[in-house]
Write a protein that binds this ligand. Structure first.
Ligand code: SAH
Ligand code: SF4
Ligand code: F3S
Length: 455
């Protein structure tokens, strides 16, 4: 029975936040709530926020500005609303958020959102504003309801045939530009059994593809049923055995944690998709050292060669930062050269953004905004040409597509290739949730068009 009260969750930031948003909404279901995409009918509004770059954090405050009116309008109708800030801005700024925005009732960090039902209850009954940004001893995941509880409607939630599953959280690597170790805490791996159970629940909900998530997912070392620590490759092996699951992916990986067994899994595990997101951040050894990445350009290059030897058609993706403090023009050109040399199917690139509390933010070699912008444009032009080339290489091939949703055009459905490209084709809605061979007829910069070959 769907509840009568409504929760609206808006997600900013990474896939882990998308996962958390689903679980935040689900946490309220036993208390009579159901999810909604209509903010005006929500008793509880949650902004699940991101602190990674200044722009990401700023978005939260402009959103809170808009919420003021929503809350006012509801109040005029005699309805009470609890506005919650969750996620990494909540963790980083805590009570400061209450001071900056009077519309906020609750601030809850990424490690304590399983307490949300209780916090909402207290905020309502005690009519006071509450901040909970602790890193509690109790296991958040064990305290949350089972995933089979309901298929909630959460804005920005994963597609129904494909879902995220957080297996590892936090980070101890302390790259000098990054806030994640401060907002998500120390590295922590969930036990294998609870992940296999959660995967089963998701499959019973119709999920056919799982993306295993972690800030450093390949550093996964959770307790296995045998009491020993299992690697990500072993976890993938266990989840791949589940009937009904067709595809597995994982993200985000650190180059230094790319173990031999994980590379071998790309050769041996049929369900593991030929796609790997492996951030390298910068193409200069001096900048990599200043970032505390603890690997060199050549080590990255040799790692990629080993991965390609295991799985020659693998689509590579990466993250790159331009304009790190002190980066010279020629060091930036080394980044361009590495991009050209490796050839990426996809990439995310960012202007360096100084973050409070991180070592790089204190450097006195900050670069002017114009320099960062100009470098980003040059890099993005190169990356776009590589993605276009990769996509064009698929034309004429028949590739399996997991169809996930109806397209914008009538009669069209959209899915993903093994390489994560969106693929559009004409087909019936009953193909959703199935993997179907598609002959690719056209390639654009961001997606493919094809014809279904057999159903
Ligand atoms: N754990 C992942 C990255 C998580 S953050 C890894 O180690 O690769 C996602 C991406 O945001 C990073 O890869 C980086 O490219 C970017 N990023 C992080 N902090 C940033 C900052 N201060 N300025 C600009 N980009 C940043
Ligand atoms: Fe941030 Fe570095 Fe950890 Fe990635 S490895 S989350 S970039 S500190
Ligand atoms: Fe952002 Fe936190 Fe993810 S800072 S990128 S939401 S881990």
């Amino acid at each position: 029975m769907p509840g009568t009260k409504k929760v609206f969750v808006k997600t900013f930031g990474c896939q882990m936040n998308v996962y958390d948003s689903e679980r935040i909404a689900e946490s309220l279901i036993p208390f009579g709530f159901s999810g909604t995409d209509n903010i005006d009918e929500a008793e509880v509004i949650v902004l699940n926020t991101c602190h990674i770059r200044e722009k990401a954090a700023d978005k939260v405050y402009s959103e809170l500005g808009r919420l003021r009116q929503v809350k006012e309008d509801r109040r005029a109708k005699g309805k009470h609303t609890i506005v919650t800030v969750a996620g990494c801005v909540a963790q980083a700024e805590g009570a400061e958020i209450l001071a900056r925005s009077s519309v906020v009732d609750l601030v809850v960090g990424p490690q304590s959102y399983h307490r949300l039902p209780d916090l909402v209850f207290r905020a309502q009954t005690e009519s006071r504003r509450i901040v909970d940004t602790n890193f509690p001893e109790e296991d958040k995941f064990a305290a949350l309801p089972d995933r089979s509880i309901s298929k909630v409607s959460v804005k920005g939630a994963a597609r129904a045939a494909s879902a995220f599953l957080t297996v590892q959280e936090g980070c101890d690597k302390f790259c000098t530009f990054c806030v994640v170790p401060y907002t998500r805490g120390m590295e922590f791996s969930r036990p294998v059994d609870s992940l296999v159970d959660e995967a089963r629940s998701l499959i019973s909900r119709g999920v056919r593809e799982l993306t295993l998530l972690g800030q450093n997912v390949n550093a996964y070392h959770g307790a296995g049923p045998d009491g020993k620590d299992w690697s990500l490759a072993r976890l993938i092996g266990a989840i791949a055995e589940l009937d009904g699951l067709e595809r597995l992916r994982y993200t985000t990986s650190h180059p230094n944690d790319m173990g031999n067994d994980l590379i071998a899994a790309h050769r041996d595990q049929e369900k593991l998709m030929p796609y790997l997101h492996l951030p390298f951040q910068a193409g200069s050894d001096r900048i990599l050292a200043a970032m505390n990445r603890k690997h060199t350009v050549d080590q990255y290059r040799r790692l990629i060669a080993r991965i390609r030897a295991a799985r020659p058609d693998i689509a590579l993706s990466t993250d790159i930062i331009v304009g790190f403090p002190g980066e010279t023009e020629s060091e930036f050109e080394e980044t361009l050269r590495l991009v050209e040399e490796i050839g990426f199917a996809q990439a995310f690139s960012f202007k360096y953004s100084p973050r409070p509390g991180t070592p790089a933010a204190k450097s006195d070699e900050q670069l002017p905004e114009e320099v960062k912008t100009e470098r980003l444009h040059r890099l993005q032009a190169l990356l776009a040409s590589e993605t276009t080339r990769f996509n064009a290489g698929c034309v004429g091939r028949v590739i399996p597509v997991l169809f996930e949703r109806a397209g914008r055009r009538d009669g069209q459905i959209v899915g993903r290739s093994p390489y994560l490209q969106p693929v559009h084709a004409n087909g019936a809605a009953d193909l959703l949730g199935r993997v179907i061979p598609v002959e690719i007829s056209e390639a654009g910069p961001n997606s493919l068009l094809g014809v279904i070959r057999a159903a």
